[in-house]
Write a protein that binds this ligand. Sequence first.
Ligand code: CP
Length: 318
Amino acid sequence: MTKIALNKSVWKKKDLLGLEYLSKEEIEFILYTAGSFKEVTTRQIKKVPALRGKTVVNLFYEPSTRTRTSFELAAKRLSADVINIATESSSVKKGETLIDTGKNIEALKIDTIVVRHNCSGAANILARSVSSSVVNAGDGWHEHPTQALLDMFTLKEKLGKIEGLKVSIIGDIAHSRVARSNMWGFTKLGAKVTVCAPAMLIPEGIEKFGVKATNDLAEALDGADAINVLRMQFERDSAVAFPSKLEYFKRYGITSEKLAGCGKNIVVMHPGPINRGIEMSSEVADGKNSVILDQVTNGIAVRMAVLYLVSTAKDGQR
Ligand code: CP
């Protein structure tokens, strides 16, 4: 914790909206801070007073298991008070706008709003409308920055570095905020990123991310140090991109046989939730190369770091 206090001047942003807006140094600093908080999460008493007296609001317009729960745990482990707003049972159902909801929550003297929304750009709009810190927990197809941060943290923990690694992102790139945050984050930290999907699921202009694109899974797996396998987002029309789920699994699904054929111990990541038998076999999801549950565990330390840094930056701006 002493190291964190000494170095907090590196971070000056009251919000975390996306990895597109962060420098390499800022990303590395979040990962470094998360490393300190990971130690806290292994103690018998997993709590520090870093955000005592602060209030964090989880405002989720879309379903979530991992992100919402780990933001709540992260805030509680920093000794913050936490309010969870499920929009299904809030005045959002009566037509209240995102900005009105944000301003009314802020009027209750809270400090940080963690927002998940189905519209790309929602977190940016909210951050411009309130003076509280805003953390993007996933907005439409735009970004899911804390997911990419925990992906990078987990891979660095496993392989000791990010720079120079070949990281392949496989699956529904077009509809994926995780893919966009991964592309920004991994390329900024010096990884060689390849994206792989059926042609319909690779968006035009993908080159601006500094990644290589292919429709050939063998090319994506060849020489890869790690793969991040994305969920097929059937709620966002992924299914129209290929004839059937079985055909998708045959061509793009990750199996033990396909991994064994690479002759390299590829680290397997997935942000969850997994469609077993579509994106990957259960054997791979639960196998020795999988770090999927490590990703979930690391989500707490990464989100503790983010909540702490945006909060201290906001205090510094007062
Ligand atoms: N990875 C992820 O965002 O999972 P949830 O939708 O469960 O939060």
